[in-house]
Design a protein around this ligand. Structure first.
Ligand SMILES: Cc1ncc(COP(=O)(O)O)c(C=O)c1O
Length: 357
């Protein structure tokens, strides 16, 4: 999770006031695809920063990307459709897809992200309607999908008419080298349904996500959304449009990236020094470190850490298929320097005795 203490709340309050004053129309029933100005602002951000050419008609605002995925499941899947998911991945996405009737099939993940050869083998055996992926920073392992696999995945999807559900939840937070553009930026055949969110960039409680997809797909999603929610909070949506137009969101992003990069360096250094049992590469992006803990009972470690006031996650809840790899996911973004140093000290003290190798 991001550090909510960094949020530009004064700018958000000003934008909310500007959005609402003299604009009571925003409180009327409206378009299930969301506020037009926010759709325009997101379209501009996607094209200028992420290389994704989606006009406002190809964008729908949702209550978080979770609602976007749920709607994709409901509107685009038939009961029994096979959807491929990362064998270690993001359980809320699996649940959303199951609600649409999907039968999930696991595809392994390695140091280059989703194993596209394994997906190709699955697609050769049966019809795979869609694949859900987190290519930017694989969740939870943090690895970025290699360029070769990205190309191959798009080719495969086109050949098999498989939808690629790309969850790009933390796009801004890439610290190493050149920015990595989403799969959607290379999608020449309209196979990618792109899901984004402001949950990491700003705050999860805003419940603002978006889907970029061809307009007929969005119409199907909007028809389902109208049944359960009509549309989101128009005033919040307009306020965020104003903040994007004024560059406030972008300013916040630049500041947050600098701070989180520093916190990543700090936590990696502290973990190396104080918890030598952990093996990890500093993540190239994202808000967490993924570390192996050979011969340590990571679930017991998580419980002992929680009792000591430190929240970390073990790999167990993220495993769809196969053995849990015995890793910890250690979020660093929400803690300042002092808190991180203290958290690492307590995490080190909470480590259970190592077993025999
Ligand atoms: C993989 C992944 N996708 C999406 C999200 C964001 O979900 P939402 O936009 O519904 O808040 C998260 C947040 O934790 C996440 O980890």
């Amino acid at each position: 999770v991001p550090d909510l203490r960094l949020l530009p709340t004064a700018a958000l309050a000003r934008a909310y006031r500007r959005a609402l004053l003299g604009n009571a129309r925003l409180l009327d029933y409206s378009d299930p695809r969301g506020d037009e100005e926010l759709r325009r602002a997101i379209a501009e951000m996607l094209s200028s920063v992420r290389g994704v050419a989606a006009p406002p008609e190809a964008i729908m605002i949702t209550r978080g990307s979770q609602q976007g995925l749920y709607l994709v499941g409901r509107a685009l899947l038939q009961p029994g459709d096979t959807v491929a998911v990362e064998a270690i991945g993001y359980p809320p996405a699996w649940e959303a897809l199951r609600q649409g009737g999907a039968r999930l099939a696991a595809v392994p993940v390695d140091r280059e992200g989703l194993d596209v050869d394994a997906l190709a083998a699955l697609a050769a055996r049966e019809t795979v309607r869609a694949v859900y992926v987190t290519p930017h920073h694989q969740y939870p392992t943090t690895v970025s999908m290699s360029p070769a696999r990205r190309l191959r995945l798009l080719e495969l999807a086109q050949r098999h008419r498989m939808m690629v559900l790309e969850d790009d939840y933390d796009h801004e937070f890439h610290y190493a080298g050149r920015p990595l553009l989403p799969l959607a930026s290379m999608d020449k055949h309209g196979v990618v349904i792109y899901l984004g969110t402001l949950s990491k960039l700003l705050a999860p409680g805003l419940r603002i996500g978006y889907v970029a997809a061809p307009p007929p797909v969005l119409r199907a999603l909007a028809a389902h959304r109208a049944i359960i929610d009509h549309h989101g909070d128009q005033v919040v949506e307009r306020a965020l449009a104003l903040m994007l137009e004024d560059g406030e969101v972008q300013r916040h992003a630049r500041r947050a990236v600098k701070i989180y990069r520093m916190r990543r360096d700090l936590v990696c250094e502290a973990l190396r020094r104080s918890v030598p049992a952990l093996q990890f590469e500093p993540p190239a992006g994202g808000l967490a470190v993924w570390a192996r803990a050979p011969r340590v009972d990571v679930d017991a470690w998580v419980t002992r850490a929680r009792d000591a006031g430190v929240a970390v996650q073990s790999s167990s809840p993220f495993v769809f298929e196969g053995r849990a790899p015995g890793c910890l996911r250690i979020g660093f973004a929400a803690c300042n320097e002092r808190e991180l140093a203290e958290a690492v000290r307590r995490l080190a003290r909470a480590m259970p005795p190592r077993g025999k190798g």
